[in-house]
Design a protein around this ligand. Structure first.
Ligand code: PMP
Length: 287
C-alpha cells in the first residue's frame, strides 16, 4: 500500500497527492519516468537508473528537478515513510504545468516531480519464474525514440491488453521486417542452440534496460557468450530458451510465443542461472 507520495517538495497523503490539471505530463505525455526495485530495504542498480533518468531528461531538454544526491535523499524518505522493504520506487518528471500550449515553456519553468513507493509481495516473481510466461507478438507501432523512457505508454498498454486477452503476460514488439525489438515493458532475449545469449542491439528502437545491462554483467561473469543483434520471431521459436528482463521481473523465462512452445516449453537453465546470480552482481545501495 502506498501511504505517502512526494509531489514537488512536499510529502502528501496518497489520497491527496495531486498534480495540476494542466500539467504537461497529463496533456502531452511530456514526461519521463523510472522504476527501481527495492529489495530487503535496499535499492537495486540505483546508479544506473539515475543515470538513465538524467539521460532521458537531457534528450528532452527537461531540467533535472534536483541533484542526484538530493533525489537519493527523497527516495530514501519515500521508502521509509511507506515502510517498503520489498517493492518498487516510481519516479516521474514532467515539463511542468501551464496553459496548454504545444510550444515548449521558456527557460526557468519548474518541472513536476512525483516519487512513490509500493510494497510488492516478496517472491512473486521467483514463483512466476518457476512456470515462466507466455508472450504474444504484436507489430511495433511506437515512435522512433524508444530509447527515451517517456510516459507515452499507450502502445505498450494496448499491446499488453491484447496479449492478456490471448492468455499472455507480455507482448513482444516486432518491427516491419519481422525482428523482435523488445517487450512492451521489458527487454527480449533468446538463447541459441549453441548457448549464446542474443538480444536486440542498443539503438533508438529499444529502451536501454538497466536489468539488460546488469544481466550482461552477470553473463560475462559466468563466461557466457552474448550477441547484440536482431532476431526474428521465427528464430525465437527455434531457440533453446527465451526470457525477458526488467527491474520488476529481473529475469523471467518465456515458455511460449504466440501459443507455441520455446525449447521444451519449460523455463530454461540459463535464464534460471542468470536470475539466481542477478542480485550478487547488481549494485545494492541504501534505500
Ligand atoms: N523496455 C521497455 C519498453 C520497458 O518499459 C522496460 C521497463 N521499464 C524495459 C525495457 C526494461 O527496463 P529496466 O530493466 O530498466 O526495467
Amino acid at each position: 500500500m502506498t501511504r505517502i507520495v512526494y509531489v514537488n517538495g512536499a510529502y502528501k497523503r496518497y489520497a491527496e497527492a495531486a498534480v495540476h490539471v494542466e500539467d504537461r505530463g497529463f496533456q502531452f505525455a511530456d514526461a519521463i519516468y523510472e522504476v527501481i526495485e527495492v529489495r530487503d530495504g535496499h535499492l537495486v542498480d540505483a546508479s544506473r537508473h539515475l543515470a538513465r533518468m538524467a539521460r532521458s531528461l537531457r534528450e528532452l531538454a527537461i531540467p533535472a528537478p534536483m541533484s542526484d544526491a538530493a533525489l537519493s535523499q527523497v527516495i530514501q524518505q519515500v521508502i521509509r515513510r511507506n515502510r517498503v522493504r520489498d517493492g518498487i520506487v516510481y519516479m516521474q518528471v514532467t515539463r511542468g504545468a501551464g496553459p496548454r500550449d504545444f510550444t515548449l515553456p521558456p527557460p526557468g519553468f519548474l518541472p513536476t516531480l512525483v516519487i512513490l513507493a509500493r510494497t510488492q509481495r516478496k517472491g512473486w516473481s521467483a514463483e512466476l519464474a518457476e512456470t515462466g510466461i507466455s508472450v504474444k507478438t504484436i507489430p511495433d507501432n511506437r515512435w522512433a525514440r524508444c530509447d527515451i523512457k517517456t510516459v507515452m505508454l499507450l502502445p505498450a498498454v494496448l499491446a499488453k491488453d491484447e496479449a492478456r486477452r490471448n492468455g499472455s503476460k507480455e507482448a513482444w514488439f516486432v518491427d516491419a521486417v519481422g525482428n523482435v525489438t523488445e517487450g512492451a515493458s521489458s527487454n527480449a532475449w533468446i538463447v541459441t542452440a549453441g548457448g549464446t545469449l542474443v538480444t536486440h542491439p542498443l539503438d533508438q528502437r529499444i529502451l536501454p534496460g538497466v536489468t539488460r545491462a546488469t544481466v550482461m554483467d552477470v553473463a560475462k561473469a559466468e563466461g557466457l557468450k552474448i550477441e547484440e543483434r536482431n532476431f526474428s520471431r521465427e528464430e525465437a521459436l527455434q531457440a533453446r530458451e527465451a526470457f525477458v528482463t526488467s527491474a520488476t521481473n529481473i529475469v523471467m523465462p518465456v515458455v511460449k510465443i504466440d501459443g507455441m512452445p520455446v525449447g521444451d516449453g519449460r523455463p530454461g537453465p540459463l535464464a534460471h542461472r542468470l536470475r539466481i546470480r542477478f542480485h550478487h552482481v547488481a549494485e545494492i545501495s541504501a534505500g
